[in-house]
Each structure stands twice: as C-alpha cells, then as structure tokens.
Design a protein around this ligand. Sequence first.
Ligand code: C5P
Length: 228
Amino acid sequence: MHAVGIVAAAGSGLRLGAELPKALVPLGGRPLVCWAVESLRAGGVEQVVVAVPASQQAAFTAVLPGDVHVVVGGDTRTASVRAALATAREHASDQERTAVLVHDAARPLTPPDVVARVLAALAGGARAVVPVLPVVDTTVVVDADGVVTADVPRAPLRRVQTPQGFERATLMAAYAHAHGTAAEFTDDASVVRAAGIPVQTVAGDERAAKITVAHDLRMAELQTERPR
Ligand code: C5P
C-alpha cells in the first residue's frame, strides 16, 4: 500500500512560549518537524507533505529534507490538513490503494512502531485508524465554577494520538463532507467520524506524547539524552 504522510506544522506554539513556531523549536539540536518527518519515514511512509505557517515557508524549507513537499497551512489544524491533502492527492499514484497518515509535528518522539501499526491496520482493511492509550487518572466533569458535577467511568475512555491513518479516498470524502460545517475538529478522526465512517484503534505509545507546554519539551529533551 502506497503511504503518504501529512505533517501538521502550521501552529504558532503560543502555549510553549517560544519565539519560533512550535514545529521549528529544536529538540536535541533538530527542529521538532524534522523528528516527526523522520518517524513517519522510519515507519514506512514514502512521501511526506508538511503544512507550515505562511510567514515561515522559507525557514521550514531550509531545515526539511529536499524531497519533502512544503505547503502553506491555514488558521486551524483542519484547514492546514485540508491544504496538505490537496497536494497529497496530486502526488499519489492512482494505481494502488493509498494510505494517508496525518501526524502532528508536535509529537517528535513517536516510535516508528506506532506508524507501522497504523499502516498494518490500513493494509488489513481498516478505512480509518488511530493510536490510543488508556486514561489512567480519575476523570470528572466540572461546572463553570470548577465544581465537580459528575464522575466519568474511565475504563472505556482513550487518549488519541497521531499519526492517524486513513484510506485516502475515505479522508478526501470526509473532508469534502465537513467543508462549510460550523463544527470544530481537533483531529482528523473526528472529521471522518462526522461523515459516519467507523474509526478503529491500535496501541499508541507514551513516547508519542504531544509537546504543548515548556515542561513537555523538557521531558522530551531527557528522552533524547538516553538511548531510546
Ligand atoms: O495546537 P495543537 O498542539 O493542538 O496543534 C497540533 C498540531 O497541529 C501541531 O503540530 C500544530 O503545528 C498543527 N497545527 C496546524 N495548523 C494550525 C494549528 C495547528 O498545522 N492552524
């Protein structure tokens, strides 16, 4: 199965408090986006498209390998993936079933095994698949004053990571379906589910954690200092 990777890297990284866009922030001396591209490739992805902030196109092109396609992202993650998807469609061969794996640049230490598990599920016939982890904390609902109003049984809950994998035609159709709706999506599996398509799961990995705040970056730095 031909596999195309999309890396969403057009976020600002305000919560990280960095002056650079988050995906250009260095980890172990290399920008986060380079780690994410490398994970996808090591896991079996052949072609990679990266969505970047419009103002930073040159900076991204300078650090990414020459065969990575750079496109301008949008105001939301969904808009960024939509822009990259249009490019992925032009580049992919129509001869065989194509997988599209959408990955956050903010998950630099994702082990290639996670990528391979997602690809294997797609090769096995899944139309959409996400890596997940169990929820280990007690989970509650609070009201506007921060008072707990309900406990949420955690056994059926999962935290969803990336890369999220899709049969290309399924993802294209789901994005077309979502176009013009007011719904806000935080990932691609939600876009696909909104189109009524079932989403399967495979095991995620704690090392695929998303870097959001400065503490996350410090934890990732510690991991890169040790053998992985
Ligand atoms: O903001 P958050 O950490 O949830 O973003 C997840 C990923 O989506 C990041 O890798 C970020 O660069 C990307 N993103 C994007 N375009 C946006 C907003 C976020 O590609 N407009």
